[in-house]
Design a protein around this ligand. Structure first.
Ligand SMILES: *[C@@H]1O[C@H](CO)[C@@H](O)[C@H](O)[C@H]1NC(C)=O
Ligand SMILES: *[C@@H]1O[C@H](CO)[C@@H](O)[C@H](O)[C@H]1NC(C)=O
Ligand SMILES: *[C@@H]1O[C@H](CO)[C@@H](O)[C@H](O)[C@H]1NC(C)=O
Length: 172
């Protein structure tokens, strides 16, 4: 899991801040069984704005690449269209937590209740991320709509975790 949603590295516009509500309807994780033996990916009830993730890593993660794709569709629409995508070096993000910027704000909210090490390699064993909530750090220009976030994680050049999250962004 590691660095989840970190990769939403668009710049935030604090001058024009409006509050958005984010409600997740589904959270699906796919793992490679060479890397992860047991896992849980849950939306925290009843508010549905936060996520819990637990993984048992079977191998250490020495290099981490994270690809993020964010798509949206209007409430009445059928097809999701790409809003944003990017790739980043996960090991670099986790070792530079004091940096400013939206990527690091999101990362900080991902690891605030986590036992994830702050440096690579990530050792094998149980790792958790509880109560992940990106509502407070969400950039204000994210459109009010249905949102799909796909995050693919690679370690040592192999895909070990794919995450798909669907939800709604609403203005408050
Ligand atoms: C993740 O998705 C990619 C692209 O669709 C696929 O190639 C890869 O096998 C998937 N990995 C897992 C662990 O399901
Ligand atoms: C989860 O995070 C939210 C928002 O940051 C906070 O209000 C809430 O108290 C947290 N809940 C737990 C159980 O840590
Ligand atoms: C990982 O893949 C990239 C590009 O596909 C390649 O340049 C690199 O040598 C690979 N690294 C390892 C450790 O296999």
């Amino acid at each position: 899991m590691v660095i989840f949603i970190v990769s939403l590295s668009f710049s935030s516009n604090s001058a024009r801040h409006r509050y958005l509500k984010l409600r997740w309807s589904s959270f699906d994780c796919r793992v490679h069984t060479d890397f992860v033996s047991e896992y849980k990916c849950h939306v925290v009830q009843p508010r549905r704005s936060a996520l819990n993730v637990e993984l048992n890593l079977l191998q250490e993660l020495r290099s981490i690449k994270v690809y993020t794709l964010i798509s949206t569709k209007p409430p009445s629409g059928v097809i999701y269209r790409k809003l944003f995508d990017n790739s980043l070096d996960g090991c670099r993000v986790i070792s530079q937590l004091s940096q400013k910027g939206i990527t690091y704000k999101i990362y900080a909210s991902v690891i605030k209740s986590s036992n994830q090490p702050k440096i690579c390699p990530i050792k094998k064993g149980f790792i958790y991320y509880h109560n992940i909530s990106v509502e407070e750090v969400m950039p204000s220009f994210v459109p009010v709509s249905h949102l799909m976030t796909q995050v693919n994680f690679y370690a040592q050049n192999q895909s070990y975790l794919n995450v798909t999250l669907k939800g709604c962004v609403m203005s408050n």
